[in-house]
Design a protein around this ligand. Structure first.
Ligand code: FAD
Length: 422
């Protein structure tokens, strides 16, 4: 779901690591490895940044990461940061370093205004010239070629077959789950209902996680209407119900909204998310045909604790929005607006106007033999099927309490070194 006033979704390039508490939860699913020191090394290996401390940050990896400076931000994003500090939040020195509870300008994998995706960062001209690498654009994979419970390759939707000693699926939280299910690897009842012969009865698609997103929008004052660059700053903090060391709230300040949606001709979005949701969704096939989109159910805010924390987080956001410093740049609140006041009204409004943070994970989760959700093991190998591995955000046992792109890349860095030793 996207908010009606929102600009159509693009990856903003926000570069945030997951925290040790996330990996502790992953390891509790009977995973070997995934230690804090291994994660730190893999995050350092992937990045090239001048931000932060040498002991914590990478200086020579393929992915450039830029710490936005105060002078690069719009006046209203600057005011958001100052207003957050007035509300008691700490100004963070390096959000990808030691401390995350506070407010900060974004770190972005954006270089001179151009977002750096993995194709650009990793597939350099030298890599593209390797004789043992063939890239085929526009090739959509239907399913695995299986010889009993041994993978021998993949079949594209046009029928082309690619044989291989080992298959690595990296088609993302929807795509990898769909390919496995079309191959007969998934919940047996679901596969049978679509006429797909069952190869392995595994809970593919049943532990989808994503983070709900709510837009608290303000009309900017004349003279403060700048909306470029669109990002941004971030509050990362905890609700009153956060467990242990968890930080379960994000409030992201951006201009990802049409200026015409504001009567003043400019707006700022303070987008609120509960980033450690209890609610679990699902992805299922709608048919055996790879051209048919899967059925995705985020199941946002199904759990009462998620709903309570969301209301609490939006109230924190509105306090910052109503504060003296933010009012210098914001003329009035557009959404939810004056008519939405008490907690019950706010909860109803949130439920009616919810969007997605687009951090979908955990449809093919890692876990040990006794984990009821597990589809793959600690190195991404599919349980009870040989020669097929999944390496992408689908294998996260749970969504980390943050944005997910860096952790998806780090997962590939980590598993590549762990499995192949290079
Ligand atoms: C609008 C939006 C904004 C986002 N912004 C941010 C952000 O600012 N920061 C952040 O950290 N995260 C962000 N994310 C999340 C981030 O993009 C994902 O977590 C990350 O890309 C996951 O990586 P992945 O490798 O698992 O999957 P993907 O990056 O989705 O890669 C999967 C690839 O497989 C391809 N594919 C799928 N099915 C098939 C098939 N059958 N055959 C062949 N190819 C297939 C897809 O086309 C895709 O290229 C955003 C996501 C969205 C949607």
């Amino acid at each position: 779901m996207a908010h009606s006033a929102a600009v159509p979704g693009v990856n903003a390039g926000v570069a945030l690591r997951a925290r040790p508490v996330d990996f502790a939860r992953w390891r509790a699913r009977d995973l070997s490895g995934w230690t804090d020191s291994e994660m730190l090394e893999a995050y350092k290996r992937l990045e090239n940044t001048s931000a932060g401390d040498d002991s914590l940050r990478g200086r020579s990896g393929p992915l450039p990461i830029h710490q936005m400076r105060r002078e690069e931000l719009t006046p209203s994003v600057r005011a958001f940061i100052d207003a957050s500090v007035s509300e008691g939040l700490e100004r963070l020195a390096d959000v990808n370093g030691t401390g995350q509870n506070g407010v900060t300008a974004y770190q972005l994998n954006v270089l001179e205004g151009v977002r750096q995706n993995t194709g650009m960062a990793y597939l350099s001209d030298g890599v593209r010239r390797r004789p043992n690498l063939t890239l085929r654009g526009g090739t959509e994979i239907d399913r695995l070629i299986l010889d009993g419970d041994v993978a021998r390759g993949v079949v594209a939707t046009d029928g082309t077959e690619f044989t291989a000693d080992e298959v690595i699926l990296s088609a993302g939280a929807y795509g990898s789950a769909a390919i496995l299910m079309r191959s007969g690897i998934g919940p047996a009842d679901h596969l049978r209902s679509l006429g797909i012969p069952v190869v392995a009865d595994l809970p593919v698609g049943l532990h989808l996680q994503n983070q709900p997103f709510f837009y608290n929008v303000y009309a900017l004052r004349p003279g403060k209407l700048a909306m470029t660059p669109p990002g941004g700053a971030l509050i990362w903090t905890r609700s009153s119900e956060a467990a242990d060391d968890e930080l379960d709230i994000h409030i992201s300040a951006t201009h990802l909204i049409e200026p015409e949606s504001s009567p003043t001709g400019g707006a700022i979005v303070l987008a609120v998310s509960i980033i450690r949701p209890d609610s679990i969704g699902s992805v299922r096939l709608s048919s055996r045909d790879p051209r048919d989109a899967p059925v995705i159910d985020y199941n946002f805010l199904a759990e009462p604790r998620d709903r309570r924390r969301m209301v609490e987080a939006v109230k924190l956001c509105r306090r910052i929005g109503a504060g003296e410093r933010f009012s210098e740049v914001a003329e009035f609140e557009l959404l939810p607006g004056d008519t939405v006041r008490d907690d019950a009204e706010l909860e109803r409004h949130i439920l009616d106007n919810l969007g997605s943070y687009e951090h979908t994970t955990s449809t093919v989760p890692m876990g040990g033999d006794d984990d009821e959700w597990a589809v793959v093991d600690s190195v991404g190998a599919v349980h009870s099927v040989a020669n097929v591995r999944v390496v992408d955000a689908s294998i996260f046992p749970e969504v980390p309490a943050t944005a997910t792109n860096l952790t998806a890349i780090m997962t590939a860095e980590y598993l590549f070194q762990r499995v192949y030793g290079t």
